[in-house]
Design a protein around this ligand. Structure first.
Ligand SMILES: Nc1ncnc2c1ncn2[C@@H]1O[C@H](COP(=O)(O)OP(=O)(O)O)[C@@H](O)[C@H]1O
Ligand SMILES: [Mg+2]
Length: 216
């Protein structure tokens, strides 16, 4: 379970301070699918980074499986991510010198428990498994980043705009896949999107409006 209590987050830089969240509170149960909606610049990526312990905040608390992120060192946060989290980012961060299959394998510490090929097939990218990321399309990279994120079957799957680069047909394939994944594995899935129809398919849809979360 993830619990956020009275969180405030601002970015400070030379041009001044920019408030992204003010007194934000919410809870994510340990299983279920949650979508984060919000216009561009509303703070979707920031929220996902905060939950994962990748970004710092000024006030409030975030607890992940009863561990208070405020009290963890950088190394402890990294260990927490390794233990519980899988990530599919908006920018794919695939390892360019590894094939699509090897990228998935690396994310599970070199172990193939038989799931990778099944996942690649379900996502419609089995035929490119031996290609390097530079030789596949943006949409194929996006699906690879999802396959990679789930290769270790994480308890918490965090996805930033997982259908952002996909056409309608592939977007629906990915949506169905993620919803099935959450159900089959009893996982917590949190995804950011600005696609309202996709957001509505979640168990709970949360909208970021003026730095607060409102149930949509
Ligand atoms: N590293 C950063 N430094 C300063 N401002 C940032 C940084 N990252 C994001 N922002 C600002 O914070 C706001 C929220 O950004 P972001 O979380 O990326 O929004 P979204 O993902 O919803 O498009 C935006 O106004 C953005 O410009
Ligand atoms: Mg974003």
């Amino acid at each position: 379970m993830i619990s956020i209590n009275k969180l405030s987050k601002s970015y400070e830089d030379k041009s001044g301070s920019q408030k992204v969240f003010k007194n934000l509170s919410c809870e994510f149960e340990s299983n279920g699918v949650y979508s984060i909606l919000g216009s561009s610049g509303s703070g979707k990526t920031t929220l996902l980074n905060l939950i994962s312990g990748l970004d710092s905040f000024q006030n409030g608390t975030i607890e992940v499986f009863n561990q208070n992120l405020n009290e963890l060192s950088v190394e402890e946060k990294s260990a927490l991510r390794k233990k519980y989290f899988g990530f599919g980012y908006q920018f794919h961060y695939l390892l360019e010198n590894l094939s699509i299959y090897e990228n998935c394998l690396a994310a599970n510490f070199g172990v193939d428990n038989g799931n990778i090929d099944v996942t690649l097939k379900k996502l419609g990218i089995a035929k490119i498994k031996n290609k390097l990321p530079s030789k596949v399309s943006g949409g194929e990279k996006q699906r690879t980043s999802i396959a990679r994120a789930i290769s270790k079957k994480p308890n918490i799957l965090i996805l930033d705009e997982p259908t952002g680069n996909l056409d309608q047909e592939n977007s629906l394939i990915v949506q169905d896949f993620l919803l099935d994944y959450a159900k089959e594995n009893d996982s917590l899935v949190i995804y950011a999107t600005h696609d309202i129809s996709f957001a509505k398919r979640a168990y709970k849809s949360l909208n970021i409006i003026n730095g607060s979360l409102v149930e949509a």
